[in-house]
Write a protein that binds this ligand. Sequence first.
Ligand SMILES: Cc1cc2nc3c(=O)[nH]c(=O)nc-3n(C[C@H](O)[C@H](O)[C@H](O)COP(=O)(O)OP(=O)(O)OC[C@H]3O[C@@H](n4cnc5c(N)ncnc54)[C@H](O)[C@@H]3O)c2cc1C
Length: 441
Amino acid sequence: MSQTLITFAVTLLLIILAVVPYFRHLRKKEEKARKKFQELKISGLDEAATVHPHIDVTNCIGCGGCVKACPEGDVLAIIEGKATLIHGAKCVGHGLCAEACPVGAIELLMARPGRSADLPALDQNYQTNVEGVFIVGELGGIGLIKNAVAQGKTAVEYIKTKPRNGAADFDMAIVGAGPAGLAAGLTAKANGMRYVILEQSDIGGSILHYPRAKVVMTSPVELPIWGKLKLTDVKKEALLDVWQKIIAKAGLDIRTNEKVLEVRRADEYFEVTTASTRLTATYVVLALGRRGTPRKLGVPGEELSKVMYRLIDTSTYRDSNILIVGGGDSAVEAAAGLALQKNNTITLSYRREAFTGIKERNLQHIRGLIAKKKVRAVFNSEVTEITDKTAVLQSPQGRLEIPNDFVFIFAGGELPFELLKKIGVGTRMQELDEPAVRAAS
Ligand SMILES: Cc1cc2nc3c(=O)[nH]c(=O)nc-3n(C[C@H](O)[C@H](O)[C@H](O)COP(=O)(O)OP(=O)(O)OC[C@H]3O[C@@H](n4cnc5c(N)ncnc54)[C@H](O)[C@@H]3O)c2cc1C
């Protein structure tokens, strides 16, 4: 009897020794996630801008499979035993979380809970309600490089089967040189079609704006002229290098710094107007992405890679001198989020004399940070130059040249939907309860 009791007690002790550290570890992990969630809320990065997982908490069993499956790292976490979207801004729509969930509690949605997303209405060839105008890539609602490439190819393969007007300058004008526009251009070139790619800034699309050295997860894609592009776990810089090689090999006609301002039907073709030219094309393929056109300052040095118009992850910026330009909610949230990171020196330059029209919560927060000298606000100031190591402000105190590693500009901008509206492209609303927008596997 006593032998049995001893065996029982030893077994129980062993179980306790194994289980207690495990639960302690889980608790610590959850505490860390909760802290991070609070920080991300301060910088507004908890909210997804586009596609993101929506978790049905009544079904979620808190197994953490989704958290482990996410290649972006910290988009999801387990809090109070349930999967929680803590870093929505970082989600790019891989969809692996939904695949990993053993109880089907995750679907990918475009809209934030309680809101609806405006998506262009497209047919199976990605043609809009405006006959001859196509939308490919992320603008259509689904993210990821592989989907953008597939859609760019499909649309042009379809255009190939349609009549073309010899009187037009081009068979098609492709707008945007991200993955979707480049794939469309390669398909047109491979099929001997007359095309031009018009890009408002530089080649690469969203990839250009990934954080430095970001690891890109891309399933292999088949590109016309180039062949198989096998890229998994590749750094952003390497991916951009490969794109340049592909463009050089194919000899693609890409005109950079040509923002398309207007697309208008004229007789049997479209007139496409940019800031510097007007051309005609039988078809128009819009591969604009969803980032929009951030308003630029137009100052020397703005083209440096340390200058950004969107903040995705505050934790990548530490031990740095950071300049935030702007005084709206995005600027204030970015300043607050970055001020929380270790050893950052934050300067906020705003051209007005005070913050106006921002959320009360943000106003209180930024005032507190300024009072504690965690953020230095320079009102009535304008950036006049950005150099490798400094940023120059014109302020009431005169010319200020401050040490600088990164600049975030939040000066407003224009969403791609404004151009769609002008063209007359119809949309459909995606409501929260609509079937999930799923990334193609
Ligand atoms: C931080 C981050 C990380 C990501 N990581 C991954 C990843 O690991 N794997 C993955 O598969 N996907 C990832 N994605 C998503 C992926 O980058 C996008 O889904 C993809 O780039 C969409 O391609 P696109 O060609 O549709 O649009 P974009 O790449 O956004 O390109 C659109 C282009 O159109 C141009 N443009 C817009 N308006 C005009 C105009 N009026 N005139 C002329 N040009 C115009 C823009 O300047 C831009 O160059 C990530 C996205 C982000 C933001």
